[in-house]
Design a protein around this ligand. Structure first.
Ligand code: ZN
Length: 665
């Protein structure tokens, strides 16, 4: 049950209760690079200078620990990724021929794509990249004596479209393990993996560990071997570097609770024992006092077609005290929202525990959160820990702010939003309602509701992520329109919610399709959830004409005629999704996903792609990190840490490969 929010602010900014400076007027250069379907941005780290010296030292070592894990993710994403990266980077750095030729430009674009995907597959679609240059060309820029021993194999992996074509295959009916290129399993079928974990699973255990979270399964000579990610196990050289930096960070912890958290994580990296991971997760969840916080480890399992193994990632951050007021107000009132949620009372939590939420400033993005990054996080993922200790929920506002600033005036709203009054509504209220939607989704949505006794939390199987995200989104959408938000001072206009409603339906019915190639289905969990909600509401509102798709000058537009009815529809669907989850009604969950979330109307798809292409906006965006430089005194003590933003995209990638590659040296 993973719960990362990975969506992107689509549009322009305006009023905000928490932003003091609007970005349209600042001189910061947000755009760093542009290639294929990608735009690379940079983000600011406001408030870093005001931190104490010890907090800066703490952040410095945590960012070092974050960067040292980069190779782990690359290897998890595919077993040839590190070798391919080294080979391509060597060619890119050393080639002294014509760097302006079309073939070299195509080679450079491919390398940029590979960097962005942390491997040879697209970070989002997980399809393998198609190189725009030939093997013959690669041979001309890598002389024979500079080729790695497995050059032929690497070429086969790069150039043969049939080899490792998909990182994470979710297609119905396929053997999801055998057909996914991700490096979590070797020599096993889906059935063998499922049987292996079914045997481990003790359904009477009230505090079950997340089986498979930190292991690679390999079948050798008919026997299944578990390779554990830990010091002395798989990825040891990288994990040792992470541990070394975590241990330095612990010396500068803000308080004992935080020191214990870091030590517990170090302990888990040393033992590889999932009970130790749970012990760490509990300490981490309970610490809501420290200003600096971080995640570092094998957390989210979207990269595994079976949703078991965690992809390595790290985000280091510190609390934005001013903006956190918003989420603290929501958290304080969590029970009010739970008690009035439009679901059957049997499925509500009598007591919502410790829903903590804050707005944070990211200091570094790493592993699976880099360069593409979530804008909100809700952890831990283990249901029993969430039930007993609550969860921590964050909105990463310096990231949403960068998206917002970079999108300003890109023509998107003019193309897709139906009329001027609706565009004005979005200009005035989308930034704040989008942020509030994320807050509600993360700090109340995922934490709400409960399973009936005896219901398996994994009952939704492959549809688990989609339905869980659907549930959290519906909870957020439903309450975004509640007068309670005005009473709490979070919105100042009872019409404001319409901005998010309009954008949500537009995105779910039309504009998110820009990320999908013609003829393909919707696959990613969050995209499925958004289409499920929008398509369901469209169909069930037809009798009352709630949502219309109207044609103006041959172009299709979303028109919402009845926002209040739309809110009722969100409530109705929320009740049904909660029932499905609470009762473990897999058949009903699967039916909803299959009917509404997967298939695309080819006509609308073609039209959206055409209109979008005319705008020249990259469908995907990600970030380069700032550079942190430690200033040392004669005794080797850090006396200051400075932050700068000057690095371009290839320079950063090459620097990371040079300075943080414990698995490639
Ligand atoms: Zn979520």
């Amino acid at each position: 049950m993973s719960s990362f929010t990975k969506y992107f602010a689509a549009s322009a900014c305006a009023l905000s209760f928490t932003f003091t400076t609007m970005t349209a007027t600042d001189n910061f250069d947000y755009t760093v690079d542009r290639f294929a379907d990608i735009e690379v941005l940079r983000y600011k780290v406001p408030g870093f200078e005001e931190l104490t010296l010890n907090q800066k030292r703490l952040i410095y070592y945590l960012t070092e620990a974050a960067l040292q894990g980069r190779d782990i993710l690359w290897d998890q994403n595919g077993k040839y990724n590190l070798a391919i990266r080294s080979m391509l980077e060597n060619a890119y750095t050393n080639y002294d021929g014509d760097r302006q030729s079309p073939q070299f430009k195509a080679f450079e674009q491919y390398l940029k794509q590979v960097w962005f995907g942390n491997g040879i597959h697209h970070h989002y679609s997980t399809d393998k990249f198609t190189p725009g240059f030939t093997r013959e060309y690669l041979e001309t820029i890598i002389p024979a004596d500079a080729r790695p021993a497995d050059f032929d194999t690497l070429c086969e992996v790069i150039f043969n479209p049939a080899v490792m074509s998909k990182r994470v295959n979710q297609a119905e009916g396929a053997d999801l393990v055998a057909t996914s290129a991700v490096n979590f399993y070797e020599g096993l079928t889906q059935q063998e993996v499922e049987d292996f974990y079914a045997q481990r699973k003790d359904t009477t255990d009230l505090t079950p560990v997340s089986h498979g979270l930190n292991t690679r399964l390999v079948k050798k000579d008919g026997k299944i071997e578990e390779q554990v990610y830990k010091v002395g196990g798989l990825y040891s050289p990288a994990i040792e570097k992470i541990v070394e930096n975590l241990e330095k960070a612990a010396e500068y912890a803000e308080n004992d609770a935080q020191k214990n958290i870091i030590n517990a994580l170090v302990n888990y990296y040393k033992t590889g024992d999932l009970r130790d991971f749970d012990a760490y997760s509990i300490l981490w969840t309970d610490d809501t006092r420290s200003q600096v916080d971080f995640i570092n480890g094998f957390i989210e399992s979207y990269g595994d077609p079976l949703g078991m193994t965690g992809s390595w990632e790290s985000i280091v951050n510190f609390k934005n005290n001013e903006a956190s007021h918003r989420t603290e107000v929501l958290s304080t009132n969590a029970q009010w929202f739970e008690d009035r949620s439009p679901v059957d009372s049997r499925f509500r939590k009598p007591e919502v525990k410790g829903v903590s939420a804050k707005v944070i400033t990211a200091a570094i993005l790493a592993g699976d959160s880099y360069p593409a990054t979530p804008i909100g996080i809700n952890l831990p993922n283990a249901d029993w820990i969430r039930a007993a200790h609550g969860s921590k929920s964050v909105t990463i506002e310096n990231i949403t702010q960068a998206y917002d600033a970079a999108s300003h005036g890109n023509g998107f709203n003019e193309e897709f939003v139906i009329d001027e009054p609706t565009r004005k509504l979005l200009d005035d209220y989308l930034f704040i309602t989008d942020n509030l939607h994320t807050d509600l989704h993360e700090c109340l949505g995922h934490g709400s509701g409960r399973l009936l006794p005896g219901v398996d939390p994994d009952a939704m199987k492959a549809h688990g992520s989609t339905l869980e995200e659907t549930r959290a989104d519906l909870f957020a959408l439903y309450y975004l329109a509640d007068p309670k938000l005005i009473e709490l001072g979070l919105l100042d206009n009872p019409e404001a919610y319409k901005a998010e409603y309009y954008k949500y339906i537009l995105n779910g019915l039309m504009t998110q399709l820009v990320r999908i190639e013609p003829g393909k289905d919707v696959e990613e969990a969050h995209m499925r959830n958004r289409q499920l909600i929008a398509a369901w509401a469209y169909e069930h509102g037809k009798a009352d004409n709630v949502i219309e798709l109207v044609k103006i000058n041959g172009k299709t537009y979303v028109k919402i005629n009845d926002y209040e009815k739309l809110r009722e529809l969100f409530g109705t669907l929320l009740a049904e999704i909660q029932r499905i989850k609470s009762e473990g009604d897999y058949a009903a969950g699967a039916a909803l996903v299959e009917k509404y979330a997967v298939k695309i109307d080819p006509e609308i798809h073609r039209e959206v792609l055409e209109r979008y292409a005319g705008l020249d906006i990259a469908p995907y965006r990600g970030f380069v990190n700032p550079i942190y430089t430690a200033v040392y005194d004669d005794n080797g003590e850090i006396t200051d840490v400075t932050v700068s933003y000057s690095e371009d995209y290839p320079t950063q990638m090459l620097r990371y490969s040079r300075d943080y590659s414990p698995l490639t040296k």
